[in-house]
Design a protein around this ligand. Structure first.
Ligand code: ADP
Length: 411
């Protein structure tokens, strides 16, 4: 200590110009010298700190730790920065704490060990650091908020895109429906001009001839022509019904009407009508034991389904053949088989047979529109059933319709 008192002037000379605080302590941690900056930093007068324990400059709560660090430092005795990795605090004479940065330099004079601490008040720097930290936190929060907003905007955009795509698909679908309907109408017009021509001229011929059979005994001839007219009108009516059906199916206007009716009623009507179309030697076999079966179904649709299939069987079979209509009840399923011994459907064309307007090559000599089977399939499937077929060219075809049914068997 005396060394520093003795050489006070030299110490002052060397340290006063330095802006860092310089504090020199001996091995007992007693302050032996301070420079003006150190006094200013800690708020003491000149020489006031000399002879004080170093702890006077360290906040109470760090005293214990400081002791350990000091001893530890004494052992290694090398120049280093103090408080590596942790914040250091000093305490002023007025009791206020402030952050410091300190560098330690051990040295020996006349056989005594000292440590010179270089101390800087880093209050301002700390404040700036804190401000930057706060700014960073605020910035991060802002970024988080913006990211969230962006995410939400993207979600909204995605939803919007989805809605637009849905709307577009709907528009496309209705456009397609409209195009289909237009196509249907065009097709209808060309079919009317083609398909209606033959039966209409037949009707015209028959009516002209009827006019010529004026004698009473010519009744048989008149009847024959009347039956021809009836047939041809039925045929035209059938085509018109098919087209109406397609139009209703296309525009989604079909409403099914379920009623309870005896199956025999529909079968009899269908067979009766089809009988008028039979070729020479053709006959229709149908179940006679179904009088007791009352079914709950759309009567008109069942009639349309069976009429189409039986008429096809008649149309696409030759003279002296049998068309067999079978009806089988099994649990809640009603199965019809319509078996013919006709021209059959060529194997390679079988996959197209339910396509609208499709007509197999071997059927082109007979009149037809190619829409009957398509309608049958749509209705049957709409009502939860199935329609399938097996066919061999020149041997015949079997069409099978299965529909779910609540069958009330009359006892
Ligand atoms: P259309 O009979 O008016 O041509 P359909 O839709 O009823 O129309 O039948 C489509 C096609 O299926 C027919 O043109 C014919 O080629 C074939 N077809 C339908 N039923 C039979 C059948 N029983 N025997 C042979 N071919 C058939």
């Amino acid at each position: 200590m005396k060394v520093f008192a003795k050489n006070n002037n030299i110490f002052n000379l060397l340290t006063e110009a330095v802006s860092e605080g310089i504090i020199i302590v001996n091995e007992e941690q007693v302050i032996v010298a301070t420079n003006g900056s150190a006094n200013d930093i800690f708020g003491y007068k000149e020489q006031e700190l000399v002879g004080q324990k170093l702890n006077i400059l360290i906040p109470q709560k760090y005293h214990h730790n400081h002791k350990n660090h000091f001893e530890d430092f004494g052992k290694h005795s090398e120049k280093r920065k103090m408080g590596k990795g942790r914040d250091l605090y000093g305490i002023r004479k007025d009791g206020t704490e402030f952050p410091v940065e300190a560098g330690l330099n051990p040295f020996t004079i006349y056989g005594h060990n000292y440590i010179m601490a270089l101390v800087i008040d880093i209050t301002e720097r700390k404040e700036k650091e804190n401000q930057i930290k706060e700014l960073n936190i605020a910035l991060e929060k802002k970024i988080e908020k913006r990211t969230e907003e962006l995410r939400q905007t993207i979600e909204e955009l995605k939803e919007e895109v989805k809605l637009r795509m849905e709307a577009e698909a709907k528009i496309k679908e209705s456009l397609k429906k409209e195009q289909d309907l237009n196509e249907l109408k065009t097709k209808f017009l060309s079919l009317v001009s083609h398909e209606f021509k033959t039966p209409l001229s037949g009707i015209l011929t028959s009516t002209t001839l009827i006019g010529k059979y004026t004698k009473t005994e010519q009744q048989e001839k008149r009847d024959k022509h009347l039956s021809t007219i009836k047939n041809k009108v039925k045929f035209l009516d059938n085509i018109l019904n098919d087209f109406l059906s397609v139009e209703r199916l296309e525009s989604g206007k079909v409403k099914y009407k379920f009623t309870k009716f005896p199956l025999s009623k529909v079968v009899n009507e269908v067979v009766y009508d089809a009988n008028m179309l039979l070729k020479d030697g053709q006959r229709i076999k149908y179940p006679k034991d179904i009088d007791d079966h009352i079914i709950d179904f759309d009567e008109k649709i069942l009639e349309l389904i069976l009429t189409n299939l039986i008429r096809n069987a008649v149309k696409y079979s030759g003279e002296n053949t049998t068309i067999d209509l079978q009806a089988i009840f099994e649990n809640d399923l009603l199965t019809f088989h319509i078996v013919d011994q006709g021209i059959g459907i060529p194997k390679k064309e079988q996959i197209y047979i339910f396509k609208r307007y499709f007509r197999a090559e071997n059927a082109l000599l007979d009149q037809g529109t190619g829409i009957g089977l398509n309608i049958v399939k749509s209705h049957v499937e709409n009502l939860g059933g199935t329609v399938t077929f097996k066919s061999k060219e020149n041997y015949g075809s079997t069409f099978t319709v299965q529909i779910p049914i609540t069958n009330n068997h009359n006892q």
